[in-house]
Design a protein around this ligand. Structure first.
Ligand code: CP3
Length: 370
């Protein structure tokens, strides 16, 4: 019975709250660090459990497996946050598009949105019936993160794709090199795309609110393909809908503010605009200089990022030097969460991640005491 747990979970104290403090731009004794895609194929223990479950979706749709996989990277490394093990494509799956992952390939939708009739049929799914496996996983992960003394080890991040990034997969029917179909729709039938984006924005807000209700202590919106859009189109077809999502989120849950992180890959040129849509933090890819980013956005938001994920294929000494260079460029001010500039790559040596995390913690501590 989780009901007692449900009612106090937001009041539960977090023994390492560095991540939440950095999101509020409060001083911390070290720079918190977590990694996009921190649970995944670079970990042998992940590959073993995936083989046992049979597929990625079998893992993601089973709260016991999702809980175990979420905790795997935390058993190996002293990370400062956990992220729900799931995927951004759960929403279009719940909308009936028929998601599958073929081994060695990316995601596939059996029923992509191609015609006006497809789009007319699209509707916001009932989150509590179609996506309860996700909210159950959130509740279970919160419980699994709780120590014997009743304290939570680290905060739990929930997430969703942005309305635009979801639309890319829903129209293309999978990944794409050039987004030919969804961008042709943008130019030829903008009203069709606006309808998809409007429905996605409502679904994403409801989905993130359900994760917050279940115990997510911060939420992140992945706008992975925002950078594929032309200037002007990005603002109209991606940013406006991400802003609408944020406006419809619970700003508070049981007295706690739930911070929002927005990550637009390739969004460097729009930083000021991204920082102005109501999120508490902006995620940066590795093409952006952190010091320049801080100058451009002022102190409105925390910044998250931005080590090039391929740095983790270099030697430990090179990894540590690149970590120090990012920490030096940010300098000793509040409001930085260390992360990669995009998801960790499958062939990354796990022991190199340990070097990275250790350098973030030890070097950022040394910067604070000077
Ligand atoms: O960060 C985390 O550890 C939480 C889990 C998470 C996954 N996907 C698990 C996953 C998160 C936050 C995502 C987000 C996601 N999913 C994004 C946005 C972030 C980004 O990386 O740009 C996107 C675009 C997707 C869509 C998606 N899911 C693709 C294109 C693929 C196949 C390609 C790939 O990277 O494997 C997935 C599958 C997926 N999602 C895996 C994992 C661990 C790999 C599945 C496997 O085990 O084979």
């Amino acid at each position: 019975d989780l009901s007692g747990f449900r009612s106090n979970k937001m009041l539960q104290s977090v023994s390492n709250d560095t991540f939440l403090r950095a999101l509020k731009r409060e001083p911390t004794d070290h720079t918190p660090v977590w990694l996009m895609r921190q649970a995944g194929r670079y970990l042998p223990e992940y590959n073993r459990i995936r083989a046992r479950a049979g597929s990625f979706l079998a893992l993601a749709k089973n709260p016991d497996y999702a809980t175990e996989v979420t905790l795997q990277p935390l058993e190996r490394y002293p990370l400062d946050a956990a992220i729900l093990f799931s995927d951004i494509l759960t929403i279009p799956d719940a909308m009936g598009l028929g998601l599958s992952f073929e081994t060695g390939e990316g995601p596939r939708f059996a029923r992509p949105l191609r015609t006006e009739a497809d789009i007319a049929r699209l509707a916001v799914p009932a989150i509590d019936s179609t996506l309860s496996y996700v909210t159950d996983a959130v509740t279970q992960i919160r419980r699994a993160l709780t120590n014997a003394n009743g304290q939570q080890r680290v905060p739990l991040i929930g997430f969703s794709g942005s309305p635009w990034t979801l639309a890319c997969y829903m129209v293309e029917g999978g990944g794409s090199d050039n987004f030919r179909l969804v961008k042709a729709m943008l130019y030829q039938h903008p009203a069709w795309l606006h309808r998809i984006l409007e429905i996605n924005a409502q679904a994403v807000a409801a989905y993130l609110n359900a994760q917050i209700d279940a115990g997510a202590q911060a939420v992140m919106i992945f706008d992975t393909w925002g950078g594929a859009l032309a200037d002007g189109k990005f603002q109209q077809f991606s940013l406006a809908y991400t802003r609408a999502v944020i406006q419809n989120l619970k700003r508070e849950h049981n007295g706690e503010q739930v911070p929002v992180i927005v990550f637009t890959k390739g969004g460097g040129q729009w930083l000021e605009e991204i920082a102005a849509i109501g999120a508490q933090a902006v995620g940066l890819d590795w093409t952006v200089n952190l010091a320049h980013a801080r100058e451009r956005v002022g102190h409105r938001v925390a910044l998250q990022g931005n080590l090039d994920p391929t740095v983790l294929f270099a030697s430990p000494a090179a990894i540590r030097a690149e970590v120090r260079s990012i920490l030096d460029s940010y300098g000793d001010q509040a409001g930085h969460i260390f992360n990669l500039g995009h998801g960790i790559l499958p062939l990354t040596p796990p022991e190199h991640v340990a070097e990275m995390v250790d350098e973030v913690h030890s070097y950022s501590r040394s910067l604070r005491v000077q």
